[in-house]
Design a protein around this ligand. Structure first.
Ligand code: NAD
Ligand code: UDP
Length: 343
């Protein structure tokens, strides 16, 4: 198939593009590089060429999902069969300060993309949603039969809004087939060490923060609260390997063969605490992680993890890679690319 991947130069997108190309698909990436760099896609090609011995069938287009004229031209020039849509803004804190940018990019951008797809007769879509759509009051583990809940920031609300837009679209138009993939906490990097997560500025997320402490870019980790009602007092999340997550997109794509909108949790089904993450990283890297206990971070939930049964049953997908592999691959990426893609 020929797949359009929006945001394909980013963290999850680049890992997914590798899996798509290795599986023999043709890929067109559309990215405006607002949170990534073209070098990531050069490395994707290198990985694929090493793995397959053939040149990767990858076309890259620099541009924005909000640019309707560009999208129309793209669909005219490339016979796209389906779209995997990663492009969007993802920093929770920033979304509180810049709600209009988040709604414009994440909601407006998706609407424009869908309008262009519909006009071109492309009606198969895999969308990057998030466990955050379950909201603040959902019981754990999260299961897809729960309704979407009350989100606490514009980023989370933008994901819930797009889920609703796509649900309404599928209801109105029986040609559409959409998978809403609700990611839990993706971490890790490609085992080659060539691609990984490269946050700009101070990392918001736990894993890149720990990795930057290990390499000496940050002096210590702040653990946001150790007085939660969890076994060791620190928050628990469901961390999954980004390569497992990438493979989930291929499986979801394969399942887009009937008109429908379906949501799937992509997680391991296991919860791991911040303290356990620090210890596991120390073991994998052989480095001590300096940390201090800091106040709770506003909006953090004590613990959530996935019930991943639906993806296992309907997509034949399960997260396979262990916490040790997630840590070892993170460390390989960070230690061989201390400054990410920038030097
Ligand atoms: P990322 O920032 O690394 O990748 C997003 C990519 O989209 C970047 O390459 C960026 O340059 C591009 N982009 C952003 N706005 C664009 C626009 N208007 N037009 C074209 N390109 C644009 O993020 P990621 O971690 O790879 O996340 C991918 C998707 O998954 C996002 O939609 C994110 O909200 C969602 N998600 C991520 C996580 C996570 O923990 N990383 C969890 C749940 C959901
Ligand atoms: N966390 C932390 N210090 C950091 C970053 C994150 O203690 O510098 C904690 C955070 O409070 C949460 C967990 O690590 O309990 C995962 O946070 P992240 O931002 O990576 O994911 P999310 O909160 O979106 O699940």
């Amino acid at each position: 198939m020929r797949i359009l991947v929006t945001g394909g130069a980013g963290y999850i997108g680049s890992h997914t593009v590798v899996e798509l190309l290795v599986a023999g698909h043709n890929v067109v990436v559309l990215d405006n590089y607002c949170n990534s760099a073209p070098v990531a896609l050069q490395r994707v090609s290198d990985i694929v060429e090493q793995a397959t011995g053939a040149q990767a069938s990858l076309t890259t287009i620099e541009g924005d999902i909000r640019d309707r004229a560009l999208l129309d031209q793209l669909f005219e020039e490339h016979a796209i069969d389906a779209v995997i849509h990663f492009a969007g803004l993802k920093a929770v804190g920033e979304s509180v300060d810049k709600p209009l940018e988040y709604y414009e990019n994440n909601v407006g951008g998706t609407v424009t993309l869908c309008q262009a797809m519909d006009a071109a007769g492309v009606t198969r879509l895999v969308f990057s949603s998030s466990a955050t759509v379950y909201g603040e009051d959902a019981p754990v583990p999260y299961v897809e039969t729960l309704p979407r809940g009350r989100t606490s920031n514009p980023y989370g609300t933008s994901k819930a809004m797009v889920e609703q837009v796509l649900t309404d679209l599928c209801r109105a138009n029986s040609r559409w087939s959409v998978a809403l993939l609700r990611y839990f906490n993706p971490i890790g990097a490609h085992p080659s060490g060539l691609i990984g997560e490269d946050p700009q500025g101070i990392p918001n997320n736990l894993m890149p923060y720990i990795a930057q402490v290990a390499i000496g870019r940050r002096s210590e980790l702040s653990i946001f609260g150790d007085d939660y009602d969890t076994p060791d007092g620190t928050c628990q999340r469901d961390y999954l390997h980004v390569v497992d997550l990438a493979i989930g997109h291929l499986k979801a794509l394969r399942a887009l063969n009937e008109p429908s909108v379906k949501a799937y949790n992509l997680g391991t089904g296991r919860a791991c605490s911040v303290m356990e993450m620090v210890q596991a990283f120390e073991k994998a890297s052989g480095r001590k992680i300096a940390y201090r206990i800091a106040p709770r971070r506003a909006g953090d939930l004590p613990a959530f993890w996935a019930n991943p049964s639906k993806a296992a049953q309907e997509l034949n997908w399960q997260a396979k890679r262990s916490l040790e592999e997630m840590m070892a691959d993170t460390w390989r990426w960070q230690s061989t690319n201390p400054n990410g893609y920038h030097g």
